[in-house]
Design a binder for this molecule. Sequence first.
Ligand SMILES: *[C@@H]1O[C@H](CO)[C@@H](O)[C@H](O)[C@H]1NC(C)=O
Ligand SMILES: *[C@@H]1O[C@H](CO)[C@@H](O)[C@H](O)[C@H]1NC(C)=O
Ligand SMILES: *[C@@H]1O[C@H](CO)[C@@H](O)[C@H](O)[C@H]1NC(C)=O
Length: 205
Amino acid sequence: MIHTILFFFVLLSSYTSYADDLCVADLLLPNTPSGYPCKSETNVTVNDFVFSGLVPGSTINPFNFAITSAFVTSLPGLNGLGISAARADFGINGSVPVHTHDATELLIVVEGQITAGFITRTKVYSKTIKPGDLIVFPKGLLHFVVNSGVGKAVAFVAFSSSNPSTQILDTLLFGNNLSTSIIAETTLLDVSQILKLKAQFNGTG
Ligand SMILES: *[C@@H]1O[C@H](CO)[C@@H](O)[C@H](O)[C@H]1NC(C)=O
Ligand SMILES: *[C@@H]1O[C@H](CO)[C@@H](O)[C@H](O)[C@H]1NC(C)=O
Ligand SMILES: *[C@@H]1O[C@H](CO)[C@@H](O)[C@H](O)[C@H]1NC(C)=O
């Protein structure tokens, strides 16, 4: 008898914690450092866990690439689960500029040929990879992706965060009003090159 009660108790508590773990994002409420508030379970449907939007984006931009993302903001079921996805499309000679995320990224090539890598304090890890190959970019490290094949290329990526942020080196340096003289002094780049990049990334000053 005691065992039966214990069994039901364990069963009940495991179901309770399972239900408690589900916290589908209420996107009408503001995001918080620990994710979005949960929406009421009565309003949760299977569509909170499905996203059909990982379609090719437009590659008409200076880097000739497109990112389409499935983050918590478009797939509310990801809230609190520490995972998300994206799709990268590359035109001929397209690339993803050097950038970092506050999450680890895993990139899987599905079409074309890609040269990708990341940079640590002491070393560059870079390799040309093909469909079926994957590469992992550890959290926080600068990394890049280049279409090194003859045609277009497509990759899918996963992030260890449901809402990863991205810091693009070029945008940080040349896409704001950080003064040209400070950039020149602190990077040793030529002023003419800085002005050229500021024009490209809408920087001023
Ligand atoms: C469910 O969603 C509807 C429509 O957005 C809203 O009016 C209602 O308050 C929600 N129910 C709960 C229990 O949050
Ligand atoms: C791609 O890059 C290669 C090597 O730099 C160049 O020869 C080729 O013209 C480029 N193709 C396009 C379409 O820009
Ligand atoms: C740069 O822009 C910020 C607003 O984004 C402004 O407060 C600041 O004064 C600007 N600095 C310079 C040097 O123009």
